[in-house]
Design a protein around this ligand. Sequence first.
Ligand code: 8HG
Length: 293
Amino acid sequence: MDYKTIELFNEGIIIKNVSNFELDHIFECGQCFRWNKQSNGNYIGVVNGTVIEVEKKDTDVKIYNINEKEFNDFWCDYFDLKRDYTAIKEKFQKDPLLKKSVDFGNGIRLLQQEPFELTISFIISSNNRIPMIKRAINNLSKNWGKAIEYKGETYYTFPTVADLEKASIEEIQSCGLGFRSRYVKDSVHRIYTAEVDLEFIKSQDDDICHEELKKLNGIGPKVSDCIMLFSMQKYSAFPVDVWVKRAMQFFYLAPDVSLPKIRTFARDKFENLAGFAQQYLFYYARENNIKIE
Ligand code: 8HG
């Protein structure tokens, strides 16, 4: 458990004495695309059909627009608050190379996100930049999601499978998805018809889960690892993109190693905590723009 108690205030709840929780680390570490920083430092996100706002004050975290029951039923797990990140970090900090990344992103937590949204989002992520990924997902939501008002602004929920199934390939293309449009169209259809069952895939062990997700068009090893790590609690996943490759080269390996070899090396080394190690490394590499000559 990484918090003590919760209290209510007029606009939501306050989580008291939270450890290992930094807004920038959580929301900017690459795992999510629908959280945006506000001018006052708070983050607003659209999750699970609602808009919520999160504020950090000393060691307390305020969540606006939810009640105690919603916290207990959903948000406590969404923010992975039952996990002891201090224990994970202590393990990693014994490794002087990983310690640097862990100290840098010390408030990272892996959010437990929704499998359909994450499948579509990470298909869109392939060969793409984060601002473009965010824009494409936002466009899909504007067109096929539901509008909700929060503090005078309109936000849009991520579309349901049935609503996105109504979109034509041309309409998906017009949201800025490029060559990924047909992968999204095809995946939505196969999920809609229940040919692919994400809840079943989630219930399988890590390696089966990884292979099953790769059966969808547009999902290779890297995208499969992101989906299983961020929405299926498969923590042996180790997505290797260009940043993680550079970080692993920088810290551990000789230059010119292939992506599959890096993945295998890291999964052997970090075992069922590989996904957490990957997140500290991705955030460190990207924020510090590390380069390998
Ligand atoms: O959290 C992430 N880990 C890894 N390894 N790759 C990621 C994450 N998030 C994310 O967007 N990516 C990919 O990195 C998507 C895209 O190919 C690139 C953007 O920097």
